[in-house]
Design a protein around this ligand. Structure first.
Ligand code: NAP
Length: 306
């Protein structure tokens, strides 16, 4: 079984920064991800709140972080983690690509998009229903699209989509957005973005082949109406990706991992960093901050085992 000082699970901004700090401290590091590095940054358009960049595309920032993460010889490998065995000083990470032995683990698996859970969502996924404007926006050039949600993601990606689509209709269940004020202001002054307030999408409609619109219920007036659209972009929040760690009992009731400000979980040698943590502010900058602390503390923990 291949051995590493540290295994970092998840190669988003938290995982990549963990790998950078730990490998720079001369630990042997395996950075594992089930897909391409970058995490949710790959689904993000312009990033304007990561210091040092006035504005940078998510996939471009991912590439830059990956270069930093692997600069000090951290290994990057594909692998879906199935479970983790904690045997004190020795921990085993089981993946679909084999098992690995390590002294410490940083869990940085982040979160995934929450589904709306309405009829038509699954049926038309990839045929008009999308969770990624950067990936799929180009299919809707000069067409009308709907965005569901009122948080940072919904509003940031509505602004991005407005550069492609003929019209962007944001459907939000309340009459106030959750998104940061600066994003709200940009959206409100954008002629192509319209808002449908106090409304829930009840169904995504289509012609068997592709999306044709959404059925919407106004939760104040109880009136239903149909909005014609070619695309439906869903941004209604995130769920933690911690299913494979449930046997470790380190999550809260919603599945977020509990870690202190040193990124330590209750299990010595198992750290958590980034969006997967139970925390208030989920941002790239807070993920990289978590990653630096976790990488450094994994190093300190391993010193205590010597
Ligand atoms: P979020 O902040 O949890 O917002 C989810 C939105 O979806 C809320 O407006 C919520 O409505 C709505 N919603 C939730 N469940 C719904 C349902 N079943 N039906 C209809 N609407 C529903 O999620 P997010 O926007 O994906 O952001 C996730 C995290 O990433 C946040 O911490 C955010 O700050 C961060 N982020 C930051 C940036 C940035 O800094 N530029 C960009 C993207 C994301 P209510 O408001 O009524 O609850």
């Amino acid at each position: 079984m291949k051995k590493y000082d540290l295994i970092v699970i998840g190669a988003g901004p938290a995982g990549m920064t963990s790998a950078l700090y730990a490998s720079r401290a001369d630990l042997s590091v395996l950075l594992l991800d089930r897909g391409v590095y970058g995490g949710q940054m790959n689904n993000t358009s312009a990033i304007e709140n990561y210091p040092g960049f006035e504005s940078i595309l998510g996939p471009d920032l991912s590439k830059k972080m990956y270069k930093s993460a692997t600069k000090f010889d951290a290994e990057y490998a594909y692998g879906t983690v199935q479970s983790v065995d904690n045997n004190g000083k020795i921990k085993i990470v089981h993946t679909d690509n084999g098992d690995f032995e390590t002294g410490a683990i940083i869990i940085a698996t982040g979160s995934k998009n929450k589904e709306l859970g309405v009829p038509g969502e699954k049926e038309y996924s990839g045929r008009g229903v999308s969770y990624c404007a950067v990936c799929d926006g180009a299919f809707f050039k000069n067409k009308r699209v709907v965005v569901v949600g009122g948080g940072d993601s919904a509003i940031q990606e509505s602004i991005y989509l407005s550069q492609l689509a003929s019209e962007v209709i944001v459907i939000h269940r309340r009459d106030q957005l959750r998104a940061q004020k600066i994003l709200q202001e940009q959206a409100f002054k954008n002629d192509k973005i319209k808002f449908v307030w106090n409304s829930n999408v009840k169904e995504i409609l289509g012609d068997q082949m592709k999306v044709t619109g959404v059925k919407v219920l106004n939760n104040k007036t109880n009136q239903e109406h149909v909005i014609d659209a070619s695309g439906v972009f869903i941004y209604v929040g995130n769920l933690p990706m911690t299913e494979q760690f449930k046997d470790l009992s380190i999550t809260d009731e919603k599945g977020w991992i509990k870690a202190n400000d040193q990124m330590e979980t209750k299990i010595p040698g198992i750290f958590a960093a980034g969006d997967v943590r139970e925390k208030q502010l989920r941002q790239i900058v807070t993920s990289t901050g978590d990653g630096g602390i976790a990488g450094q503390n994994a190093f300190s923990y391993l010193q205590t085992l010597k």
